[in-house]
Structures are given as structure tokens and as C-alpha cells.
Design a protein around this ligand. Sequence first.
Ligand code: FNR
Length: 224
Amino acid sequence: MADSMIELRSNETTAESRSPIRILAVAGSLREHSFNRMLLQAASNLIPSSTELEIFDLDAIPLYNQDTEALAFPEAVKAFKRKIEAADALLISTPEYNHSYPGVLKNAIDWASRPYGKNSFDGKPVAVVSASTGIFGGIAAQDHLKQVLLALNARLVTNPPVIVSSAGQKFDEHGRLLDVGTQQFLTQLLANLVNAARQSPRRQQTFVAPAIRPIIASIRRSEE
Ligand code: FNR
């Protein structure tokens, strides 16, 4: 009986575990030729198999105002929250503005953390990368952003660090990432992010096909 139980349990695959891992990617820059957006494009070519990456643009997110929130959530914010919640993991690429991350990104995060008790980042695996034209690659921006994400109970995936300094020299005129070292680090970070997503409670919930539930229940009863 124990053998058949093991066999049945091995068939208890989840609908979630069979579906691809979905990564939502967000750049903290609205600039048309943003290096951070280019970095996300590069990531979309370096993701592991059975993984999907969608880039969400923050252009339509209005400035946060608690009065607006009290009246009704703007459609763009609702769409952003839905995308985050449907994703298994997030990849955020941030520029550095004045030794921190841009207000555009903070604004979007503040919206998605609302309403109180419905913070969309709660428990979500998140990796942060950065690209800057400066020599420090946005490391201060990453530090500040990670601090905020920790406060929102995101599950940070921090290794290996992906910090693209002197970004103007790391991409070609078509926006393709040229730097091999960055490609390798980004590939590894994405693999680690996907592993974290696979292990998250949301992917681990076991779904048992309705047709075999009575059989499993009867075996469990006979084992008691
Ligand atoms: C910058 N930049 C910048 N870079 C940096 O390494 N440290 C910094 O503190 C700042 N500060 C800063 C402030 C402001 C207001 C701007 C507009 C820019 C340069 C910035 O990182 C660079 O422009 C990036 O290319 C911006 O990212 P995107 O738009 O290319 O993704």
C-alpha cells in the first residue's frame, strides 16, 4: 500500500509547477534609449528555459496621491498590481539618480504597496540590477532600493550582483549588451531568481486532480 501511495504522490504534480516561471521586469527609467531597459532586453535573451519575461513600462503610472487612492485606484496602477501578483518573480533594473534610485520607481513601488494590507511585493522573489553611465554602476541606487523592498517583505535574490558601470560602453548602437562578463553574471542571477521562484510557497502548493482525490483519501484512511 505504501508503494502505491508513493506512486500516487509522484503524480501529484501541480498545475503551477508545470507552467512556465513568469518574470515581470521593470526599468526605473522612462527614457527612450534607457540602458536599464536595454539590460532588461538582454535579460529576456538570457532567461532559463521554461521561463517567460515581460517588460512593464511605468510611463502610465500617475503620481501617488493618497486622496486619489481613497477615491479609486487608477487603471494603470491596477494593471501594474495585477502583473506583479501574477508574476512568479520580479526583475528591477534601476538607474542611479543622485546616489539613489529614481522617483519614478519609488512612486510605482509606493502605489503597488497599497492599499494597506494588500502590498503586491509581499513574499515575491525579486532581483535588482542597475546600469549607470558612471563608474559605480548604480550600486548606491541598488542599496536604497533593496532596503525598501525588504521593508515590503520581498524575497531578495542578491547573488551574483549585476552592476553595469560605464553603461555607454557596454551596449551597441542597437541596444544589445556586448559585455560578456555582464552577460554571465546576469545569466546566473536569473537562474538564481528562477530557482527562488520555483521554491516559493506559491509554486509549492500541491494541486491534486479531482478524479484521484477520493482514491488518495481512501488510501490515507486505510493507512490510519
Ligand atoms: C544621473 N546619473 C547618475 N549616475 C550615477 O552613477 N550616480 C548618480 O548619482 C547619478 N545621478 C544622476 C542624477 C540625474 C538626475 C540623472 C538624470 C542622471 C547618470 C545616470 O545613471 C545615467 O543617465 C543613466 O544612463 C540613466 O539610466 P537610463 O535612463 O539610461 O536607464
